[in-house]
Design a protein around this ligand. Structure first.
Ligand code: 6PG
Length: 250
């Protein structure tokens, strides 16, 4: 079951039955995007997210038949955000993706560009920014081929939270975000970087996301109070894959 809710202003919203259906659709989009990018530029550069929603996607991508449909040697992984913990910590976004995907596919180590969550946050953000600049070269904003994002119940995305001054950052590519528990300190890509991506894919599931999602999708949040609603790529497109529970209010 698939319903196209809205496709305007570069925002495309698709309602699927459940998380399993979202994950399969996302895997298919990932595979197709990788083929297009590799055909055009000989590489596929993604920035991915943590959280619980994309776990099934990463497992699908590492299993047959999906894993055989991606040229992993040419894929580069960056992270949209990271928690300030060691890479062995269960809360680490790197660990989540490494355990489910990166450790199971033939991807070269040098293609894995992790954020060093174990470092002091300001240093980790500066080092990550330097890594991104070195990889992309040039002086402009990087263009990720695909950014995978989730959305929290409060409308946060990556580690950009409602009301945070990090939302106004325009000079830096990556910044530290200092948060109390349960979130804790994090490093995040900034809005200008996310909005410069060629394609952005949101995965959102569960009834707890329904209220905020309906405001974002119906465009009722004109003042941009929800960071996820401020993801509007300048040139690229944004696709929201949401399940029926999350679509409750849409
Ligand atoms: C993280 C994220 C974060 C996440 C949302 C949604 O590190 O936690 O990158 O932005 O995507 O909080 O998380 P769920 O998928 O668990 O709902």
């Amino acid at each position: 079951m698939e319903t196209l809710v809205k496709a305007e202003g570069g925002r495309n919203v698709q309602v699927l039955s459940d998380l399993e259906a979202i994950s399969h659709e996302a895997a298919s989009l990932f595979i197709n995007a990788s083929r297009d990018s590799i055909a055009a530029r000989k590489q596929f550069v993604v920035a991915i997210s943590g959280g619980s929603t994309p776990r099934r996607l990463y497992t699908l991508l590492s299993s047959s038949p999906c894993r055989d449909q991606v040229d992993w040697q040419k894929v580069h992984f960056f992270w949209a955000d990271e928690r300030c913990v060691r890479k062995e910590d269960e809360a680490s976004n790197f660990k989540m993706v490494f355990d489910r995907l990166l450790s199971k596919v033939p991807i070269p180590n040098q293609n894995i560009h992790r954020i060093k969550g174990e470092e002091e946050p300001e240093k980790a953000a500066r080092d990550y920014e330097a890594d991104i600049k070195e990889f992309f070269g040039g002086s402009g904003l990087p263009v990720f081929d695909l950014v995978l994002l989730g959305m929290g119940e409060d409308g946060h995305t990556a580690s950009l939270f409602p009301g945070s001054k990090s939302l106004e950052e325009t000079a830096r590519l990556a910044i530290p975000v200092y948060l109390k528990k349960p979130y804790g300190n994090r490093i995040t890509l900034t809005l200008p970087v996310l909005n410069n991506a060629a394609q952005i894919l949101f995965l959102v599931a569960g009834i707890s996301k329904a209220t905020v999602l309906s405001e974002i999708v119906s465009d009722g949040e004109k003042k941009g109070k929800f960071p996820a609603g401020r993801i509007r790529p300048l040139q690229g497109k944004v696709i929201w894959l949401i399940d029926q529970a999350a679509a409750g209010g849409v």
